[in-house]
Design a protein around this ligand. Structure first.
Ligand SMILES: CC(C)(COP(=O)(O)OP(=O)(O)OC[C@H]1O[C@@H](n2cnc3c(N)ncnc32)[C@H](O)[C@@H]1OP(=O)(O)O)[C@@H](O)C(=O)NCCC(=O)NCCS
Length: 264
């Protein structure tokens, strides 16, 4: 994304060049859900990928609870990538995440998916593994066949990312996630506060809150297509004419007599 090269400061190793040789063929990669036996392997991968130390209960949850969509990419019996997402009611989000959807979606039926974790083993990056994992999640939430229990009620997939994590930012932008907000001091990493971004990918008709420009674009597009706006305008005009006609006829049927008004 243009515009935040000023965040490219400390710490994060940024690998921008595309690796020449693909590390594994996606045909040989299998996908399966995490299970309790994966706990140690998942913990050692996450320690390598993320600067955040997760508690033991977090690893237990993601490897055993069906509250999470926790999918692993496996190559030669080793986990080489994983994605963990949680589907939750939109109204239960923290205040900083509430604005990701337009207020039209503020109902108890609306769900969102939060990506807690996505990572790929270094030696297998730039082979399409993260893309494959994310595409499975997107398809699960918004594919042609609605999946119970959430059907097509998930309207947005979102995540938080360190502003310095350029690899992940380039990946999510490549996957058409939209930058939604800047979260100053969102993370506490080894006692230091770090800024974050929120990225969102809209599914199943979900969309961001509309700005004035969006409304104007919508009106212009509808007027251009001719559908919708003209019947609406015609309806309003007819209602106005009807009201005007009624007030005209009722005033002509009334007689004023010394300040009092009588209907005939
Ligand atoms: C971010 C991450 C998951 C991407 O995994 P990946 O398997 O390498 O991603 P993909 O191969 O599917 O990449 C798809 C596209 O994203 C973009 N992309 C991914 N990594 C990139 C990088 N390092 N530099 C530039 N573009 C990158 C490219 O456009 C790439 O397509 P291309 O290879 O055809 O050019 C991986 O770098 C990672 O595990 N990082 C550490 C953990 C992490 O930070 N996770 C995110 C937490 S929010």
């Amino acid at each position: 994304m243009a515009g935040f090269s000023w965040y490219l400061s400390e710490g994060f190793q940024v690998i921008i060049e595309k690796s020449k040789d693909k590390k594994c063929s996606l045909k040989d990669v299998q996908l399966r859900f995490l299970c309790p036996d994966d706990l140690e392997e998942v913990r050692s991968l996450c320690r390598d990928w993320f600067p955040i130390e997760y508690p033991q209960s977090w690893y237990e949850d993601i490897t055993s609870s069906d509250r999470f969509f926790a999918l692993a990419a496996v190559y030669k019996n080793q986990i080489i990538g994983l994605i963990v997402a949680e589907i939750k009611p939109y109204l239960k989000l923290n205040a900083e995440d509430r604005g990701i959807l337009s207020r039209w979606f503020a109902s108890k039926d609306t769900l969102v998916a939060y990506i807690l974790s996505l990572g790929v083993v270094r030696s297998h990056r730039r082979s399409g593994v993260a893309t494959m994992l994310l595409d499975v999640l997107i398809n699960h939430l918004s594919g042609p066949v609605p999946q119970p229990p959430h059907e097509h009620r998930v309207k947005a997939i979102f995540l938080h990312v360190l502003t310095t994590n350029n690899e992940a930012i380039l990946f999510y932008e490549h996957k058409r996630f939209l930058l939604h907000s800047f979260l100053p001091y969102y993370y506490s990493i080894k006692g230091r506060c770090k800024d974050g971004f929120t990225y969102v990918y809209y599914v199943n008709g979900g969309h961001a809150p509309w700005s004035l420009i969006d409304y104007m674009k919508f009106m212009a597009r509808t007027a251009w297509r001719g559908g919708g706006l003209y019947p609406w305008l015609w309806g309003k005009l007819r209602a106005a004419l009807t009201i005007a006609w009624h007030s005209f006829t009722s005033s002509s049927n009334t007689v004023k007599f010394r300040g009092a008004v009588f209907k005939q």
